[in-house]
Design a binder for this molecule. Sequence first.
Ligand code: IPE
Ligand code: IPE
Ligand code: MG
Length: 231
Amino acid sequence: MSKHETPLKHLAIIMDGNGRWANARGLKRTKGHEKGAEVIREITTYCAAHPTIESATFYAFSTENWKRPKMEVEFLMKMLDKHLKNELSTYQENGIRFLAIGDLDAFSKPLRERIRKTEELTKENSKLTQILALNYGGRAEITMAVNKLLAEGKREVTQHDISGALQTPYRDIDLLIRTSGEQRLSNFLLWQLSYSELAFTETLWPDFTTQELEEIIYDYQHRTRRFGGVK
Ligand code: IPE
Ligand code: IPE
Ligand code: MG
């Protein structure tokens, strides 16, 4: 990276389009989720080898996704458990620390244990922190942060207090990518995205590649981030 490039430290991705990818092939939506999980591995491994990326946050299940058919929700829960089990070697071999954000209380005990165990086993890895947003909602996270501060006895909170009470403290996002052509946030990281650069691509998540990620990062590195100032 040259000194004129804007450094990318924190990346966030709204992985969207698994269902449409499967439908277009006459497959069940669940096949799209399976293919999508493979793409998470490729993109995460790429990020771990990238010289400046420190963390990558992936939106895997939103607080609104419980509205989906029971079968799809159950499939996603099972897939998540299997994914974390299979990915442990990827995490260890590539120096990836795993963290989960979101309200995990809604998940089964074995799944919660799998999540906690994966976090524990990978906590010393330092090339990349992969954060999976699970039963995550931006409004819920901010509300949780404020309640945490109230429970600590605060009567009045600052922006700094809220940033510090979030599940991943102070991790403002540099670049947000959403696949599948939709241009909305769908309740993702509302606080941390306040000054992020945004990139939308028509590509459906199961078709997303490291090559396309590289192109998006190149574009990001040549943007000027002013943060309200003059540059
Ligand atoms: C994203 O793909 C994955 C999850 C939300 C779990 P979708 O399942 O939303 O796929 P589309 O948007 O219906 O194509
Ligand atoms: C956002 O995708 C949530 C995840 C990618 C996990 P959705 O497909 O659920 O979002 P909407 O319904 O298009 O806003
Ligand atoms: Mg979708």
